[in-house]
Design a protein around this ligand. Sequence first.
Ligand SMILES: [Zn+2]
Length: 126
Amino acid sequence: MGTKHPDQIGIGHWRQTCETVGKMYEKGWDLHGRCNACDLLMLVDFRVLIAMRGPDFIPWNRKTRCRRIVFAGRCKGFVEFEFRAPGMTEFRQLKAAPADRLSDAPVGHVMRAFYEEIDRKKAAKP
Ligand SMILES: [Zn+2]
């Protein structure tokens, strides 16, 4: 079998198959925000994010000011998203060119097989 492990799948493919928070939630992704200055880590609650921004909100390449209060005032860092799709062992930065500007090949059998496997597992749950 030539099926790629999810950790080996290129970032472009991830963005192509899962651009919006609605889709990420549906596919069972984990998302968190990490500050690039103070390392503050915040788990993203998809239900809250979807309620606030709608299911079509695209979190790719976004960063926001860190809200942590530090001794000197406010942290000067930026919080960026990191994701972990089912099967991945580590979080990766949610950074990739928009789907329509990617040079990556279109989603092939690797990703389809991957998601079919997830669907099978979900269907098997009582
Ligand atoms: Zn910070």
